[in-house]
Design a protein around this ligand. Structure first.
Ligand SMILES: Cc1cc2nc3c(=O)[nH]c(=O)nc-3n(C[C@H](O)[C@H](O)[C@H](O)COP(=O)(O)OP(=O)(O)OC[C@H]3O[C@@H](n4cnc5c(N)ncnc54)[C@H](O)[C@@H]3O)c2cc1C
Length: 377
């Protein structure tokens, strides 16, 4: 067990995981007790990149079939987390309102195919849920009850707590600069020391292709897409705003949700970027808030804060989980796009099962792992 900041000069383990976002931390917890794990994070803390910048929403109907299956398979772990590691609830009811403009109907209809408990509501009901909407701007709406806010930091810290208690060594401020195959094992090099293991896991988020390159493993063509968020004041006379749902506009010109007395609004941007410490572009925020203002009865006086993060997508939009077919012991856990937090329990469980050669404990169909395997590219 360790939470030291300084890595030793040399350490041998069963599995070295690179990246302590929700993916790497979740896997470290899932492997705990079964394998000796070393978790390496370049930043001074876990979750500094995509994980710490999310909208923090759990939506069962997000994405296509495989993504919904992952979300469903891990839902119980979020609804009823092990209190030994997660002393507080992870999910809080939020609900989701979809507002559909005329030019968004085709996309909406396609997206809502087999969409769980979402049901159509009239625009008056929609306005009861989100009093600042302008009903003239929309042609229909739907409401989905089983959508929740996620305590992302609570989930992440619980994973780290569990990993450490089960024997993992976790190092922050420890950037992996080289990965070398040597004598049937991987030598993972950092400025602070060298880690040696038969299995290395690439959980480097937007840097996944770059990290593979350092190991001489072929790129899979991940696409880091920037998504921005702005925090604005709620209207002074807004009734019961803390109970407003997560609101998504079709087509996706913006989405919004209340948070601790503020309103968070995202322009829904998806700009392809190189992996970097993402930051919001003022013009993207301004244009997004302008679109938002056209659909609501409030005006935006001031942006209190803004940020951006990279949602990293694989070429087919599904995560990549499994051993690389051409590099023995090199394991991919990347490409979680805009659903990596809500899918973390199932992805961690599946990845740990593949590394240990076990059956996943979460409920996924037998051939499911093949759909996420890196060999598909
Ligand atoms: C604006 C936004 C909104 C989102 N909303 C939601 C949402 O509502 N619900 C949801 O489920 N998901 C959401 N997501 C998606 C979710 O945040 C991501 O899918 C998830 O956090 C990805 O986790 P990760 O661990 O793969 O990546 P990251 O959190 O980026 O972690 C990767 C880590 O690897 C480290 N690393 C990289 N290279 C090295 C190296 N060489 N050495 C050591 N460490 C290294 C990085 O420093 C980083 O900490 C959103 C994302 C964004 C940006």
């Amino acid at each position: 067990m360790s939470d030291n900041l300084t890595a030793p000069n040399s350490l041998t383990a069963d599995v070295v995981i690179v990246g302590a976002g929700i993916a790497g931390a979740g896997l470290a917890a899932a492997l705990g007790g079964r394998r000796h794990v070393v978790l390496l994070e370049r930043e001074a803390q876990a979750g500094y990149h995509a994980t710490g910048r999310s909208a923090a929403v759990f939506t069962p109907t997000y994405g296509d079939g495989p993504i919904r299956m992952l979300t469903a398979a891990g839902a119980a772990a979020l609804h009823d987390p092990d209190s030994a590691f997660w002393p507080h609830p992870i999910l809080k009811p939020r609900g989701m309102l979809r507002l559909v403009a005329a030019d968004g109907y085709a996309d909406y209809a396609r997206h809502m195919y087999e969409a769980g408990d979402a049901h159509d509501i009239c625009l008056n009901e929609a306005r009861d849920l989100f009093p600042i909407m302008d009903p003239q701007r929309f042609i229909t709406a739907s409401y989905e009850r089983d959508v929740f806010d996620i305590d992302v930091d609570g989930l992440l810290q619980g994973y780290l707590r569990k990993a450490r208690r089960l024997g993992a060594d976790v190092y922050f401020g420890c950037e992996v600069t080289g990965i070398v195959r040597d004598g049937g094992r991987w030598r993972v090099e950092t400025d602070d020391g060298v880690f040696d293991a038969p299995v290395v896991v690439n959980a480097a988020g937007a840097w996944a292709d770059g990290l593979a390159g350092r190991a001489g493993v072929r790129h899979l063509g991940f696409r880091p897409l920037r998504r921005s968020m702005a925090v604005i004041d709620l209207p002074a006379d807004a009734p019961a705003s803390e109970a407003w749902p997560f609101v998504v506009r079709f087509p996706l010109d913006w989405y919004a949700k209340p948070d601790s007395g503020w309103l968070i609004v995202s322009p829904g941007d998806e700009e392809l970027m190189l992996a970097h410490d993402a930051y919001a572009d003022d013009m993207v925020i301004a244009e997004g808030l302008h679109r938002f203002e056209q659909d609501v009865t409030m005006t935006v006086e001031k942006v209190r804060r803004s940020w951006a993060g990279l949602r990293t997508h694989s070429a087919d939009g599904f995560p990549v989980v499994g051993f690389d077919p051409n590099a023995e012991g090199f394991f991919w856990l990347a490409g979680q796009g805009g659903f990596g937090v809500q899918a973390a329990p199932a992805l961690s469980d599946l990845a740990a099962a593949l590394i240990c050669g076990d059956e996943p404990s979460c409920l996924l169909p037998p051939a499911f792992a093949g759909r996420l395997a890196p060999a598909r590219f």
